[in-house]
Design a protein. Structure first.
Lengths: 112, 116
């Protein structure tokens, strides 16, 4: 299936831990994104990579570090997790010159 | 900076009745406008988009939206609602003039509740 896939789907971890979320797309898109959806369902962009180059870096704590090994993958590493990091994280992708995004199904992160 | 406003947190409609979910936008140039739907515990699914051309855009599942430049609005509509349309709907805008740094900015979402 052509899609944007994220792993894991659910992640429960303790404060202070370090965790990673992985994202892969097989749509041939050249731009990938991370969005955070908070408990009120508000969606906010965090990062964007175009052909492995960071092009959008919103005001995000530097505990969050994205990595794009190639244009089909965009991972998100989070250090020293805090309670406020609990949210659903969505990966998305698009093609330059195209208009909309394709979203993954999300990773629900719960920090306890 | 671009922004989107969805003035209603929730819209309630009876099955079979027409529905409208409101959206207004603010962007410096001509906007790219989108509607996405999110079902519980799922990702966002694309419904429709306006890029240019006809102001009335038709999308998935019988939804349509009307672009109104003078009112800076892009309201989502459906002639006859179904219970299965109950979900969270997001309007989004993209500024096409920022090149590869262009990003989708979402509204706060409107929960649509369709009842029998």
């Amino acid at each position: 299936d052509t899609a944007v896939s994220q792993t894991p789907k659910y992640l429960v971890t303790q404060m202070g831990n370090d965790k990673s979320i992985k994202c892969e797309q097989n749509l041939g898109h050249d731009t990938m994104y991370w969005y955070k959806q908070d408990s009120k369902k508000f969606l906010k962009i965090m990062f964007s990579y175009n052909n492995k180059e960071l092009i959008i870096n919103e005001t995000v704590p530097n505990r969050f570090s994205p990595k794009s090994p190639d244009k089909a993958h965009l991972n998100l590493h989070i250090n020293s997790l805090e309670l406020g990091d609990s949210a659903v994280y969505f990966c998305a992708s698009s093609r330059t010159g195209d208009y909309g995004y394709t979203f993954g199904s999300g990773t629900r992160l719960t920090v306890v | 900076a671009q922004s989107v406003a969805q003035p209603e947190d929730q819209v309630n409609v009876a099955e079979g009745n027409p529905l409208t979910v409101k959206c207004t936008y603010s962007v410096s140039g001509n906007p790219y406008l989108f509607w996405y739907v999110q079902y519980p515990n799922r990702g966002l699914q694309f419904l429709l988009k306006y890029i240019t051309g006809d102001n009335l855009v038709k999308g998935s599942y019988g939804f349509e939206a009307e672009f109104n430049k003078s009112q800076t609005s892009f309201h989502l509509k459906k002639p006859s609602a179904l219970v299965s349309d109950s979900a969270l709907y997001f309007c989004a805008v993209r500024d096409p003039w920022t090149g590869t740094a262009s990003k989708l900015t979402f509204g706060t979402g409107t929960r649509l509740q369709v009842t029998l």
